[in-house]
Every structure is written in structure tokens, then in C-alpha cells.
Write a protein that binds this ligand. Structure first.
Ligand SMILES: Cc1cc2nc3c(=O)[nH]c(=O)nc-3n(C[C@H](O)[C@H](O)[C@H](O)COP(=O)(O)OP(=O)(O)OC[C@H]3O[C@@H](n4cnc5c(N)ncnc54)[C@H](O)[C@@H]3O)c2cc1C
Length: 411
């Protein structure tokens, strides 16, 4: 029984049973290709096809968008996404590829778009048929997001967009982008407006997507260049000049707050995926020989692993606290702590794994002699992105210090 099953309402009991039965019969088999560590590194059409087919099947079975109204393609259920997530995680399903769509675009569109637009966009977003990306960051606007310069100039009931977005995950497969733009240069915050933009149909005709290569050799994010892209005013969300407020809805949900739960990232463990946890670290230490003995027998190393186990257990407790209604006095207090802890622990686990593997840590994917198929150096390098994406560790600490604890502002 999962942690929360004993609190289920009769509707939730029935729904949980449905999820469990369906997953037992329909969980997808091993993919024929290597899957990336997260949706942010999907590179090939084969990877996407496998993951999109899984998302569509899970949507058709009623496990995605459960708490959204039926009119926008949801299930009109009450607090059932949480249950679907627990069951998908327990069944170790693959992750859902439309991660930006589900976690950020869906709640933003739901709260800020006109009914006709929501009804048109959300069903294909939930099913994963339309992949979404997020056009916020620019070369001169990352942590200081309100400095966005990509500009939309009004032309009657159309807008002409020019500018440069960067680090745009999944733009190479995306049909749609959530886009934060400047519509007035004389006001920093009130000069921003928020649009949804069909980018795929405009490729080569106002939109250029250029993949950026990560130090892992993967291409998960991109530069996106807008040159005189014409967009209809009906794609604007909320009022002109209210882009900052709309962006806050996106960021609140990106951090896991907000009342609409994001569908699960799954929990698949298979030959083709890898988990950055202390239990995989212990496996590595058990199977790596050091001075003629398994590395796990080295007392100094055992101590380092124990320190990480303690931090990981602390994170687990904090994640449970984030689900307790009475502890949500500030919308992002526990969520920001958890993002910070999870990304930094993963980085430290990766660093210790490379130390354990020693010289063989230099063997990478595709090398049959590489420990764990070369996934450790891959996850270690990718872990650096996780302490930057969705706000850097420094910025999370600033927010926790200034807005949660009320400390004096940094200069
Ligand atoms: C894997 C990955 C995926 C991403 N996907 C997307 C995406 O899909 N869409 C999108 O729009 N963006 C995406 N991003 C971009 C991400 O949001 C930005 O990288 C992030 O907000 C930081 O901005 P920046 O890179 O411009 O760094 P900067 O803001 O230039 O920061 C540089 C350094 O200065 C520090 N710093 C900045 N301000 C402060 C301050 N006030 N106090 C202390 N230190 C400070 C930062 O911590 C950092 O170390 C992604 C990034 C990564 C790594």
C-alpha cells in the first residue's frame, strides 16, 4: 500500500484500483533504444516515438490531466492525479516526454487562456501528441528573467516577433512554445506579455531552432531565433502587460506548487536507464575492486556513502513534508528546499561514483568495459544542469533567505 492509500476517498479507491489494473496489463516493455536520463535530453525520433506512445496510452487510460475539467480534455476528478502518479511510480513506468507541457504550459493555459484556446490546446498537450517548450531565457535574461528583450510589435490584430531565446529544452520536437515577450520597452515588469506560439509550423518561416550540444554530447536544448514571426493576438494569454504575472503561474507550477498536480515522471528502472541514488552507488562500490577488495569495504568510503545516505533520507522526509497541507505556509518554502537538496545531492553522488570508479570513470556510453554502461559520467555531467535549470542554486538560496526567512536583501 502506498503512503497515502489509507486516506483515499471512495472515488479515489476506485480510481487507484483502475490505475493498478490497467498498469499491470499495459505497462510498456523495454524500449528498443537507450532512453536518456530525463525528458530534457530526448535526442532522437526513436526515443520520442517510444515515450510519446506511452504518454498517449496513459492519457487514453485516464491517468493524465485527471483533475482538469472534461471540457479541456481532463477527467474532472478530485485530487486523483496524485494517485495516478503514485501508481505510475510504483509500477516503474517510463517518464512522460511532454514534461514542460504538463508541468508548466497546461496550468498556465488553463488559468490564463480564453476557453476556445484551452479546449483546442489542452487535449493534445495531455496526450503528448503536441510537445511543448518554454521560451523564457535569453542570452541576457536568465536569473534576471524580467530583462527579457525578445520584442513583439503590434500590427493591427497581429504581432511581429523578433528576438533570441536560449536553453530551450525540447524546442527541436515542439509544436508549441510558451513565450515571454516584451511589448513595451519603457516598463520593465509591466512591459512584458505572454503568448503561446505554434513554432513547428513556422520553422524556416520566422522561426529557427538550433540545437546546443551539452558536455555529455547530447542535444536536449536549443537556441530559438524569431525573425518577423507573425502571431495572431488570439494567442496572447491574459491582458497586455500582464506577462510577468502569467509567468509567475508557470514558475509556481514548475516548482511543484499550485493546485493542479503535474503528472508523474514515472520510476522506470531498466537496462537503458540509470538512477543517481545511494543504492546504485553501493552497487558500484560493491562491484569495484580496490587493492584486491571490493571498494565497499574501505572504511573511509563507507563513511562518505553514509553521509550521502543521511542527506538523501533528509530529502525524503522533506519531500513528505511538502505533501502535508498544514506545512504550506509559504507556497515555495519546502519545494525550493527540495529542488536545491535533490540537485546538489545528485551532483555529490555522481562525484563520489566517479571517485569509486577511478580511472574506469573515463569510459563512457558505448564502451563495453565502462561501469554501469558509462551512465555514471553521463549522470554526473548532467547533474550540473539540474543545479542551474529552473533557477540556479544561488538564486534558490536568495529566494529562501529573502522571501521565506525575511532576511535582508542581497546587494
Ligand atoms: C538543463 C537546462 C534546461 C533548461 N531549459 C530551459 C527551458 O526549457 N527554457 C528556458 O527558458 N530556460 C531553460 N534553461 C535556462 C535556465 O532557466 C537558466 O540557465 C537559469 O535561469 C540561469 O540563467 P543563466 O543561464 O542566464 O545564468 P545567469 O543568470 O547569467 O547566472 C550566472 C551565474 O550568476 C549567478 N547569479 C545570477 N544572479 C544572481 C544573484 N542575484 N545572486 C547570486 N548569484 C547570482 C547564478 O547563480 C549563476 O551562477 C535551462 C537550463 C538548463 C541548465
Amino acid at each position: 500500500m502506498t503512503e497515502s492509500a489509507h486516506q483515499d476517498t471512495p472515488e479515489q479507491v476506485e480510481f487507484r484500483e483502475h490505475c493498478r489494473t490497467w498498469l499491470a496489463a499495459n505497462k510498456p516493455g523495454e524500449p528498443g533504444v537507450r532512453l536518456p536520463l530525463s525528458p530534457l535530453e530526448i535526442m532522437t525520433q526513436e526515443q520520442l516515438d517510444y515515450l510519446q506512445a506511452w504518454q498517449k496510452a496513459a492519457y487514453d487510460a485516464g491517468m493524465i490531466g485527471c483533475d482538469y475539467p472534461v471540457t479541456v480534455g481532463g477527467g474532472s476528478r478530485s485530487d486523483c492525479q496524485r494517485i495516478a502518479n503514485e501508481e505510475m511510480k510504483g509500477a516503474r513506468t517510463p517518464f512522460l516526454p511532454n514534461v514542460i507541457g504538463l508541468g508548466m504550459a497546461a496550468p498556465t493555459v488553463f488559468y490564463h487562456a480564453q476557453d476556445e484556446l484551452k479546449e483546442r490546446l489542452l487535449p493534445r498537450l495531455f496526450s503528448g501528441e503536441d510537445i511543448w517548450c518554454q521560451g523564457f531565457s535569453e542570452p541576457g535574461a536568465g536569473s534576471d528573467l524580467a530583462s527579457v528583450q525578445t520584442f513583439a510589435e503590434r500590427k493591427g490584430d497581429k504581432w511581429l516577433i523578433n528576438g533570441h531565446k536560449v536553453w530551450t529544452s525540447l524546442a527541436h520536437f515542439a509544436e508549441w512554445m510558451i513565450l515571454l515577450l516584451r511589448t513595451d520597452r519603457s516598463h520593465k515588469y509591466d512591459g512584458l506579455s505572454y503568448f503561446v506560439v505554434p513554432i513547428r509550423s513556422a520553422l524556416g518561416n520566422g522561426v529557427t531552432v538550433r540545437p546546443l550540444i551539452k558536455m555529455t554530447g547530447e542535444t536536449g536544448f536549443n537556441e530559438v531565433i524569431f525573425e518577423d514571426l507573425e502571431v495572431d493576438d488570439s494567442y496572447r494569454l491574459d491582458e497586455l502587460g500582464k506577462g510577468w504575472q502569467v509567468a509567475m503561474t508557470t514558475l509556481l507550477h514548475e516548482r511543484g506548487a499550485g493546485d493542479l498536480k503535474t503528472p508523474s515522471a514515472g520510476g522506470m528502472k531498466s537496462k537503458t536507464t540509470h538512477s543517481t541514488t545511494t543504492s546504485s552507488l553501493i552497487d558500484l562500490a560493491r562491484n569495484t575492486m580496490r587493492n584486491g577488495r571490493p571498494a565497499l569495504e574501505d572504511p573511509l568510503l563507507r563513511d562518505q556513502i553514509m553521509q550521502l545516505i543521511i542527506r538523501e533520507a533528509g530529502l525524503g522526509i522533506n519531500q513528505r513534508r511538502a505533501r502535508v497541507a498544514g506545512l504550506q505556509d509559504h507556497p515555495s518554502r519546502l519545494l525550493l528546499q527540495n529542488k536545491l537538496l535533490a540537485s546538489e545531492i545528485a551532483q555529490d553522488i555522481g562525484a563520489l561514483a566517479l571517485e569509486i570508479a577511478g580511472a574506469s570513470a573515463s569510459l563512457y556510453l558505448g564502451d563495453s568495459n565502462a561501469p554501469a554502461g558509462g551512465q555514471w559520467p553521463l549522470s554526473y555531467m548532467n547533474s550540473y544542469g539540474m543545479t542551474i535549470a529552473a533557477g540556479t542554486s544561488e538564486v534558490q538560496r536568495n529566494i529562501l533567505g529573502e522571501r521565506v526567512l525575511g532576511l535582508a536583501k542581497s546587494k
